[in-house]
Ligand binder design. Structure first.
Ligand code: PA5
Length: 464
């Protein structure tokens, strides 16, 4: 039951001169092997601790499962407060594996609390959340590795103040903190207040953290089989253990994107043909963008590397973006995610016998229709010579979702090696965080504030 990677439509056989030749693949194979070896040498050290997560969390999983089992009975609502890597994974996995109308189901059908992820500091959104949850019946999971991110810490401050006022003694039981064990402010606050804590290992960065407690605790709160997620991740990891890219799908996927980037394809479109995988594309966008979008390479050369990820949804965006993808510039690779067998299906009923243009649909299922449209889009893209590839899940379940997460993480790590960039840092994100601290006159950021003040003032003539 492994996911499959089909790159036929990246090749000259289907795309003519717009595709890659076998010779090009053979030429890039040694560089892919070097990337694999370099990553293998780092594995488990530095910021690659995420690669070991499928194998080294037995005790943590037991703690998460036990904590979630208790909390699922105790609370009506479960709210994740986090941003970026602390939010996109939980949203993607929730959407992939829970009922589409999860929060609207009656409590007995849901079997656990309603779920909310607050990954912005829009005041209207916070007010709206507070309109629909009773904090006395709510568990908040504050997730921040650095324990310093302004968005998450401000949410923490707002919520803890509300909890203290609403509950008084014992308010701390409404907070679970997921953070670094060794640094940051959240761990200090957690120790002072006695919050239940889960730890983000030092070698696991935000966007690579879905398979650690950042993602596993929310998943367990939703009744998702977290052992299945980790098993799926381990399965694809083992299936990708060859340094020969012709026998390692994630390495092949990385090498193809690397070649495409070299050929000027600056955009990577992620297009799942399944609503439940819609937010997998959001999660992928962060992973691909933050990991590969780098000004300098590991040798200090200015490279301005990266490929802009774009999210798209089949079939919905056939009616919005596919016109561009089939007829627009040859600057992108479209990755389609397909599902062989949906978890349920709906027959398209009879009722239009006298209208042949509609009647041809009758008796087919929606599953057939979405997959036929996926094939049709692949065909249209290929016919117009636009590079596309397809990842197929046999079905959507915890194991295949775990596979997908690990596949993209490995692809990203290999591609980062091929680009010779630091895949695991995010100086551009830090710059924005530091500028916020400076503008808020945080102590220690005086120099940054002076730098901001010295920047050219905006001119009225350019504001109309
Ligand atoms: O991938 C990353 O490291 C970032 O996107 C972080 O996830 C994001 O900035 C949130 O950081 P933190 O977990 O420290 O609050």
């Amino acid at each position: 039951m492994l996911i499959k990677f089909d790159f036929n439509n990246m090749m000259e056989r289907t795309l003519g001169e717009k595709g890659f030749s076998d010779a090009q693949l053979n030429e890039i194979a040694p560089a892919a092997k070097t990337a694999f070896d370099r990553f293998a040498a780092k594995r488990g050290s530095g910021m690659t601790g995420w690669a070991d997560l499928p194998y080294n969390q037995d005790d943590i999983v037991a703690d998460i499962v036990a904590t979630a089992a208790r909390a699922r009975k105790e609370f009506d609502n479960f709210v994740v407060l986090g941003i970026g890597g602390s939010a996109l994974g939980p949203i993607a996995v929730f959407t992939a594996l829970c009922h589409f109308r999860y929060n609207d189901l009656p409590a007995e059908k849901r079997g656990g609390p309603k779920f909310f992820v607050e990954d912005n500091v829009d005041p209207e959104r916070m007010l709206a959340l507070l309109d629909v949850v009773d904090v006395r019946r709510t568990l908040f999971n504050v997730v921040t590795k650095s324990g310093a991110t302004s968005e998450t810490m401000s949410q923490y401050l707002i919520i803890s103040d509300i909890l203290k006022k609403a509950i008084g003694d014992g308010w701390q039981k409404h907070i679970v903190a997921t953070t670094s064990e060794s640094k940051g402010n959240l761990i200090k606050l957690a120790r002072k207040e006695g919050f239940k804590t889960f730890f983000i290992p030092d070698g696991v960065g935000g966007r690579f953290s879905e398979l650690c407690p950042v993602g596993l605790f929310p998943a367990a709160m939703l009744g998702i089989d977290i052992a299945g997620l980790l098993k799926g991740a381990a399965d694809i990891d083992k299936a990708c253990s060859s340094s020969d890219m012709f026998r390692n799908s994630a390495l092949m996927a990385a090498a193809l994107q690397f070649l495409a980037m070299k050929g000027g394809k600056n955009i990577s479109v992620m297009m799942p043909y399944a609503d439940s995988l819609k937010f997998m594309a959001d999660w992928y966008c962060q992973l691909w963008a933050e990991s590969l979008g780098k000004a300098v390479d590991l040798d200090g050369n200015t490279v301005n590397a990266g490929q802009t990820p774009v999210k798209s949804l089949g079939v919905t965006d056939q009616h919005s973006q596919v016109q561009l993808y089939t007829e627009g510039p040859f600057d992108k690779v479209i990755t389609i995610i397909g599902v062989e067998k949906f978890r349920g299906d709906v027959v398209i009923a009879d009722g239009a016998e006298e209208f042949p243009d509609v009647n041809f649909l009758c008796g087919h299922t929606m599953g057939e229709l979405i997959n036929t449209e996926r094939r049709a889009t692949e065909y249209a893209l290929t016919r117009s010579r636009h590079m596309n590839n397809t990842i197929t899940l046999p079905e959507i379940n915890a194991e295949t979702v775990g596979q997908l997460l690990m596949f993209f993480q490995l692809q990203t790590a290999y591609c980062g090696e091929m680009l010779n960039v630091d895949t695991f840092n995010q100086p551009g994100v830090e710059e924005g965080k530091n500028a916020t601290y400076a503008l808020f006159e945080r102590k220690g950021y005086e120099a940054k504030r002076a730098e901001l003040d010295a920047a050219p003032a905006k001119l009225d003539k350019y504001i109309i």
